[in-house]
Design a protein around this ligand. Structure first.
Ligand code: NAD
Length: 298
């Protein structure tokens, strides 16, 4: 390994300590940040994510609510729950875990969450606020927000500046790729968004001083796609067959062993972006709580 390893666990721990201190200050004023997480069905990965989110919220002293609804839950029932949580003054953040079962229209559900409680940052109002650069009023999606903190951390460690830097993002999803582009633009990087129809993906990557990969393709980005010294943020989480028969392991979208010989700094999978996502969810909940109560949020 010749590159600086970006330790997402350590950075997330520091972020959570800060969030916990902010929560404690609010609690001492009689205001407990409240987060409601809604899970529909029994998808194994979703259960793990939701459990981890609830535990982190409790660890930070939040009022933490979890709603486990059966796979057969209908649209009307879920809408009624979201409306009830919108109206509950003890709940400052609402997260409906995706994916939702087929009979439920995710877009309608996400658009029903009150924008000021939308701690996932997926409501069109929050997407729009980020698009016009009104970051002080928007809630920003957690995974790109956490990735941005890791990029800042790596730039500081390497003595780099982001303004003017060539940043390439692979993936254009609403959850990761597009909001990541908004955040890098805010820092005045020169941003390219590549995707499944990009003609010369390796060529685009080779120009990147900052490379963020969120494609969901195991180890797609090879070592020789990376500019020597680049900051590489691997958002991908892919479960693949393990070395022993019958076992599995997690890999990112970047071939780590190769890439870490070339990159200036790189995130591992697991232990990179993943832990940051939960920390940013709690950070967004504190921000939402402050804004809903007319308090400064920074
Ligand atoms: P998505 O499937 O919604 O989007 C994937 C994007 O990658 C698309 O825009 C597509 O055009 C692009 N893409 C797919 N194959 C490609 C290829 N061969 N070449 C170039 N581009 C390609 O996925 P998503 O929700 O954005 O998630 C991406 C990855 O990040 C997944 O592995 C997911 O598990 C992971 N993820 C991790 C976290 C976390 O907390 N660390 C959070 C969200 C997503």
């Amino acid at each position: 390994l010749s590159s600086y390893l970006i330790d997402g666990k350590a950075v997330s721990k520091a972020t959570l300590a800060k969030v916990g201190a902010e929560a404690a200050a609010l609690i001492s004023r009689g205001l407990t940040p409240g987060l409601a997480v809604v899970l529909v069905g029994s998808d194994a990965a979703s259960q793990v994510y939701v459990g981890a989110k609830g535990k982190a919220a409790k660890d930070c002293g939040f009022h933490s609510l979890q709603f486990d609804l059966p796979e057969t839950t209908g649209q009307a029932e879920l809408l009624a729950l979201v409306r009830r949580l919108n109206a509950d003054p003890q709940v400052h953040g609402i997260l409906v875990q995706l994916p939702l079962p087929r009979q439920v229209d995710s877009t309608t559900i996400l658009e029903t969450i009150a924008p000021e409680k939308d701690v996932d940052g997926f409501h069109p109002i929050n997407v729009g606020l980020a698009a016009i650069g009104a970051f002080d009023r928007a809630l920003i999606p957690c995974t790109p927000a956490g990735s941005m903190i890791l990029i800042d951390h790596a730039c500081e460690a390497l003595g780099r500046k982001l303004d003017g830097a060539e940043a390439v993002i692979i993936g254009r999803s609403n959850i990761v790729g597009k909001p990541m582009a908004q955040l890098l633009l805010r820092e005045s990087a020169t941003v390219t968004v590549a995707h499944s129809k990009t003609r010369d993906l390796a060529g685009e990557c080779r120009r990147a001083e900052i490379l963020v990969v969120a494609a969901g393709r195991p180890e797609m980005v090879r070592g020789d796609w990376i500019m020597p010294g680049a900051v590489v943020i691997d958002v991908g989480i892919n479960r693949v067959a393990g070395l022993q028969p019958g076992t599995t392991r997690l890999v990112g979208d970047v071939a780590f062993a190769e890439a870490s010989q070339v990159a200036g700094a790189i995130t591992p999978v697991p232990g990179g972006v993943g832990p940051m996502t939960i920390a940013m969810l709690l950070s967004n909940t504190v921000t939402a709580c402050c804004r809903q109560n007319g308090l400064p949020d920074d």
